[in-house]
Design a protein around this ligand. Sequence first.
Ligand code: ADP
Ligand code: ZN
Ligand code: ZN
Length: 766
Amino acid sequence: ILDRDEPVLSAEFVALGRELAERLIAPLYRVYATMLPQALRPEGELWVRLSRKDEPLFLLPDEEAVIAHLRAKGEVPLRRLRDAFSETPDVVENLLRLGYLETFIRPRRAHPVREELVARRVGDADPAEPLTPKQAKVFERIRSGGEVPLRLLEQEIPGAREVVRALARRGLVEVYPRESYRAPLLPALAPEPKRELTPAQAEVFARLLAALRGEGDVLKPYLLYGVTGSGKTEIYLQLIEEVLAQGKGAIVLVPEISLTPLMVARFTARFGRRVAVLHSALGVGERYDEWRRLWRGEASIAVGARSAVFAPVRNLGLIVVDEAHETSYKQDETPRYDAREVAELRARYHGALLLLGSATPSLEQYARARVGHYHLLELRERIDRRPLPRVHVVDLRLDVGETEPHDEAVSLARGAAGGGRGAVRATGKERRGLGGIVLSPFLLERLEERLRRGEQAIVFLNRRGYTPVVLCRSCGRTVQCPHCDVSLTYHRAEDVLRCHICGFEMPMVPRCPYCGSPNLVHLGLGTERVEELLRSYFPEARILRMDRDTTSRKGALEEILTKFAEREADILLGTQMVAKGLDFPYVTLSVILLADLSLQFPDFRAAERTFQLLVQVSGRAGRHNLPGEVVVQTFRPDHPAIALARDGRIDEFYRAELKVRRAQNYPPFTRLVLLETAHVDMRRARDALARIVEDLLPRLAPDTVVKGPMPAGIPRVRDRFRFHALVQYKREPDFPLRLRRVLQEHHPRLRQDEVDLTVDFDPQDF
Ligand code: ADP
Ligand code: ZN
Ligand code: ZN
């Protein structure tokens, strides 16, 4: 247990918090809360007690019961009080309104530390009273083991608990509680031996080693631009060995929770319990325990998602950001920090090395490396010159004159353009119906081949659920979320409609909720429906689906990954979670079912994202001895993001995309700040933002551009209308300061009008 008076924020974090609050224009307490594990957060819970107001003369029986309850208990959490009187829901609210009860905030208690009973030797056996053979065995085990948990002892020697009690009575051992850690679950992976570095790896490693040893520059970050499977992770592992030898610690960031278990498993195989895991899918208690192990220096390597950048590693020597281009490093709620920026600040504070690794750096990172803000290191080939997989682009379009029954398939994707050169074509005859369009004959053939050879495939589609749209054929409307401007997704297993924005859920409707017609059709497809189609084509195949729906249960993700790793499944189908980082030797095919989904995003980064996705998904196949293949299905085979990714012309893509960005004044040529207001009343949200923009404009440099106010991409979310203003600014170092001043002036009015305002520097999705 942490000492009550021991500060949980070190001097480094106190300063870091201030700096972030200032840069992000975020409340300081929110920043500090983000830095700590939930168990230690200073946030509080609403509690209730009797107020000092005079007792009412007349009370209803329900009200009397509540007051009697509080008189007996003193103070209770409001939530608990409501539960206790849930049969008379208004009674608590009425008493609060009348002023007989009052609320207050009580800081949440730190999550309890778990203890377990251990036994330890305290005396020696008296020869006059010899031990029974079983007692001797248990005593010997305790003597040689130091502090032995009773739980473990009982497992090794059944009945040991009883024996220990007897030994304790004789004064030979003592039993007492000791703090124990809850160990997070990890997928079972065969331990990976340390490898001898290839010459290309060795060259990169030597530069980084020199930096770690103080013979190279650590003021600037290093960008390791290495193709998928080029051995970046092996380099991280060996760098950490050096860091540990120097008596220092390291942080390794991975982009998604889904990747953490595998990465952690690789690191634990090398470094055992010196590794601590930190990510949001852990239980509050587990997370707190891992945090304490780092805090105390018992673990010195933190591996985890975004928030692990705040890991309390002592004497930090190295921070690795793997897949450094990933947008999940940016937090999308206040404080909207970027873990890469925080990593830079922490590395500077400790004089530590910051290493960004990626096969597909973001355009900003690529540009920074080109102008020398980063040291650039490259790995252009896979380990052992294993070839990058061959990419087949399947053109899903029909030729003119070719017909297809007018059915649901039509709406799979909209916006086809360009010609079909160089892409695999299937004839219309072969592609009839939905199955044909989702799983082209070309793809089916490739999948079948994998099944025949006992190899594995990864299939990617970035949409969960069964169908994203339910359309009424009579009135033409789609079934919408009542609280947000999006259509509800049908989930077949539970037969419900669900909003993927706010979580609203209702049973599937038999009739159109707007006109009452029974003519409802399902449009489009999600992973759940693809799973069903795959099963109908390949009844004998073993298919695993990995998306937010199948991994919400604790431990489910680890189970799926373990099964796939042990080849108990042939096809791993899933969303974003399967697209990157996975490293399985028998995967020889990876598939993007519909590349158009990411191209359609109304975002200036759509091409970059699509390109990265293609390269990353391709990177999953053929990483070991078996050669790999990739199938990309699309309606836009000639889009540069697709065509250049197919041919591996990475630098060409970057150069072309930089030109587009320059022409449109987007990053890396400008920096962006997104201002958002939200209110249930549309006009209030818009007017508040208009006033801010009006005040801001005269205080900006002439080449700064402000777009908006305009409705957000999804105008209404959770019953609130949202407006955006996008600021594109160039060299204005004091811009955040000026913006903060304007916002401060507007604060009282915003407060009064109850308009929510958010400020997002370097926004990712909007
Ligand atoms: P990346 O992180 O760049 O995608 P990895 O580090 O995962 O690449 O390496 C790809 C595969 O090659 C892994 O299975 C890894 O174990 C193996 N590997 C890495 N370095 C070596 C090496 N020097 N010799 C042999 N195999 C290696
Ligand atoms: Zn209708
Ligand atoms: Zn909703």
